[in-house]
Design a protein around this ligand. Sequence first.
Ligand code: MEV
Length: 328
Amino acid sequence: MVLASAPGKCILFGEHAVVYGQPAVAVAIDARIQITLEESKSGWRIDDMKFDKNRHPHLDAMLKRMWIGDGGGPLSVHIDSDLFGAAGLGSSAAICSGVAAALLHLGGTPADELPLPGIATTAHLAEAEAQGGRASPIDTSTSTLGGVVMVSDKKEPQAHWQYTRDLRIDGIRRTWEVHSVDLPESISEASLVIGFSGRPGPTSQMVAKVAALLSNQPERMEDIERIGNVTRAGATALSLGNLQAVGIAMNECHRLLQGLGVSDDDLDRMVEAALPSSLGAKLTGAGGGGCMIALTTEPRRTAQAIELVGGRTMVSRLGAPGVRIENE
Ligand code: MEV
């Protein structure tokens, strides 16, 4: 039996723009997905039921690529989650990353020799296939590496380059540079409060909505570039521990995302409620439902304010460990 876990993530800056090559910065959060794998004598099982690949397309893609293709036999899979489901917190990326680590360990890779770039790559392929080829590697690389991750179409000087991620789907080749961002000690003064609207954030639909907007109004690509500039400034502020500037960059990202039409009334209400006790607040992930985040030194007060307007909340540090094997 193997037990692996992987963190969820929040995008601090750059969602949607990252799909078009601009940088994005995401933090791994304390809430995690736990994956248990064991060999099964009663065929493929998931959470004690027959495995239905249509209900679990990401998992099916991972198992085919990493296990069934190599002649592996049926497994029983258990998934436990501390994350709000379908809320833009990277639960499918965490599942892919956790399953990849668990399969490698089941196949004999020692827990301290897990090939993180390889895990992130396989997990990204599964995500990209499920999202029709448009997914960036921000979710899967953050869940795999942990901490704070920046991806961009070029190497970014304010972060530590880790590896290049290439993706070829439907004859189109995309390349991203994946970095980690070091945080100074002083960052621990601030927390993230995550507010969930209670409605799922439909990632593929929201990514398609932005694609349609840009195709009808190509001049709106300027807003995507603006998000990229704010993201670079925000990443620099983060690495210097300048919390005020991080908050300003978050607010600016939210304004630009509103302009792209991916926020909604629930997200805007929670952002407004959080602002008086926060350094900055914005939607996180694809929008259209899902979650917002607030950077704050008063997490209880901010969480209460978000709950008063109907949000469900959780509090996290900025940055948590990446994918790992839990039972050695
Ligand atoms: C989803 O967490 C973030 C988006 O930028 C999509 C992606 O990066 O693939 C909206």
